[in-house]
Design a protein around this ligand. Structure first.
Ligand code: C5P
Length: 229
């Protein structure tokens, strides 16, 4: 089984309010992006890593890739305007031998290997797998004026994370359809759902946070102690 991972890292990180994109902020002296890539570099089941980035960051990432001996990383791919565009660009260069393609946010460095392996296994079995956690809070749908429209039944609410892993043909087909029909989504599973596939949910961990705001960075420092001692 040949599994590729796409790591979109072309975001600007406006919500962080820092002058540097969030994937380059450091945890214990190492950029978040590199912590993330190392999770896949060290996993034997992953054959190649495709990173999308802004062209202005290519030299910097190239330097880090060789400094940290990230041998599975393929030539960098330029990102697009939205995350979806960045993933679409990466899909064009994934190795044709890939059976499965995983997509994982550059800013989620705390992925447990056990969960990654479970997600790969489930994707191989069911064609599409999404790592997610059960909602701890009750989720409300609000209207434009911030009044509650609807309350979801918490027992069936999951919060989607990454990795999201798919059989290659399925993800390629989903992205083709999205382009054709101008479908916009914030995760890959949504696009796959649009072609009538029902991904399986793989129970993940609350550790697998997406580092988005400055508060997350403090929490991330604490999580890193748990991960690396
Ligand atoms: O902020 P957001 O949830 O969109 O970011 C998720 C991931 O997608 C981040 O790793 C970010 O770098 C990446 N991204 C991208 N291209 C964009 C926007 C976000 O690769 N245009």
């Amino acid at each position: 089984m040949f599994t590729s991972v796409i790591i979109p890292a072309a975001g600007f990180g406006e919500r962080m309010g820092a002058s540097v994109s969030k994937q380059f902020l450091t945890l214990r002296g190492k950029p978040i992006l590199i912590h993330t890539v190392e999770r896949f570099q060290r996993c034997n089941e992953i054959a190649e890593i495709v990173i999308t980035a802004q062209r202005s960051a290519f030299a910097r990432i190239g330097f880090l890739v060789s400094e940290f001996h990230l041998t599975k990383v393929r030539p960098l791919v330029e990102g697009g305007e939205r995350r979806q565009d960045s993933v679409a660009n990466a899909l064009n260069v994934v190795d044709p031998r890939a059976d499965l393609i995983a997509v994982h946010d550059a800013v989620r460095p705390f992925l447990h290997k056990k969960i990654l392996l479970q997600a790969i296994e489930k994707a191989a079995e069911y064609s599409a797998a999404v790592v997610a956690v059960r909602a701890k809070d009750t989720v409300k749908i609000g209207n434009d004026s911030a009044f509650v429209e609807k309350t979801l039944d918490r027992s069936s609410v999951w919060i989607a994370q990454t990795p999201q892993i798919f059989k290659r043909e399925i993800l390629v087909h989903a992205y083709m359809l999205a382009k054709e029909k101008n479908i916009v989504a914030t995760d890959d599973s949504s696009l796959v759902e649009q072609i009538g596939i029902q991904p399986v949910l793989v129970e993940g961990s609350y550790d697998n946070i997406k580092i988005t705001t400055p508060d997350d960075l403090e929490f991330a420092e604490a999580l890193l102690r748990r991960f690396e001692g």
